[in-house]
Ligand binder design. Structure first.
Ligand code: AKB
Length: 315
């Protein structure tokens, strides 16, 4: 049985990944850790949770050692748009947690999952059907961190045999914890605003394509990749994955099919405009499909229907 530690568990992914892994591996075998006390309190309602700053290596290593952890899920991240407001801080947080996770995984023989992102690509990357292996020269500090994380994770695998694995997440749409500081956040925020106020003002241009994923597919990807037969993995850090690509206009048109009175307008944020313009329109995820069976189930139509249904009950 695996013993798992999730660091940065209080965010959009972690708050859903923790109960998902607890269901799969047993509640007592999955510890959710976060820096923020209020998040630890929330996480502890489902299973073991503790306060931990993943940028501090000693307490982090103690938790791994004392709990006989054999897999670390490092979800600590300062996202793309927020990262541009304080790039040095973004580097310190993103790389601090990663380097500590890598060294601790090496020392205590743990597998390590660290998500990468479509943010690892930049203006020079082919935009359509972006290949698995291609030019990666991102234009944001978040992207610089993600490319560095991919390279370092591959280095720790080839040099020290650490079992590092990763996916390049697109925007993740979910109805649990809200994302914060990302460029793709509009695709979550819109559901809350439309159901509360009937109107949404979008900060990303109406015709800007970006890849997206619904949370159930994201959780499935994480577990499927971490359980994959290592002999079948040609790549490790990191796999392109996607299940839909749309523009804000297309998403809002889909929402209007359910809520014809909903209204939308645009007030473009220059940072989110520049970031989204530098990212791919649509990834080619064929390597993930071939090497570990990636097979997403959610597209724009069933995702919108489900999001409206769930969020309506929450509001
Ligand atoms: C962001 O928008 O920064 C994230 C991402 C795509 O990595 N959601």
């Amino acid at each position: 049985m695996k013993r798992i530690l999730i660091v940065g568990a209080g965010g959009q992914i972690g708050t859903e990944l923790a109960p998902f892994l607890q269901k799969h591996y047993g509640v007592e075998n999955v510890i959710a850790a976060d820096l923020r006390e209020e998040m630890v309190k929330k996480l502890s309602q489902n299973g073991p949770a503790l306060r931990l700053d993943a940028c501090q290596i000693e307490p982090f290593a103690e938790v791994v050692k004392n709990n006989k952890i054999d897999a670390i899920f490092n979800l600590v991240a300062l996202l793309s748009a927020k990262g541009e407001l304080n790039p040095r801080h973004a580097w310190d947080i993103n790389m601090g947690a990663l380097l500590n996770s890598l060294d601790i995984a090496k020392e205590y023989n743990c597998a390590l999952f660290t998500p990468s992102s479509i943010g690892a690509f930049g203006n020079d990357t082919p935009k359509d059907l972006t290949p698995q292996d291609t030019i990666m020269r991102p234009n944001t500090m978040y992207g610089v961190c993600k490319v560095s994380a991919e390279l370092l994770s591959d280095y720790y695998f080839t040099k020290f045999g650490v079992d590092t694995r990763s996916v390049r997440f697109p925007g993740i749409i979910s109805n649990g914890a809200l994302p914060g500081g990302g460029t793709t956040d509009y695709a979550v925020e819109v559901f809350y605003e439309i159901l509360k106020n009937g109107h949404y003002t979008c900060e990303v241009p109406e015709d800007r394509y970006m890849d997206m994923l619904y949370m159930p597919d994201a959780l499935q990807a994480i577990i499927q990749l971490m359980e994959a037969d290592p002999d079948k993995l040609v790549h490790r850090n990191s796999f392109n994955i996607t299940s839909m690509s749309f523009t804000p206009n297309q998403l809002f048109a889909e929402i209007k099919k359910h809520l014809p009175d909903a209204t939308f307008d645009y007030n473009i944020d220059p940072i989110k405009d520049a970031i989204s313009a530098s990212w791919p329109n649509k990834l080619d995820d064929s390597c993930a499909r071939k090497e570990w069976g990636w097979n997403p189930q959610w597209g724009i139509e069933n995702m919108v229907e489900d999001m409206l249904k769930v969020i309506k009950t929450k509001i």
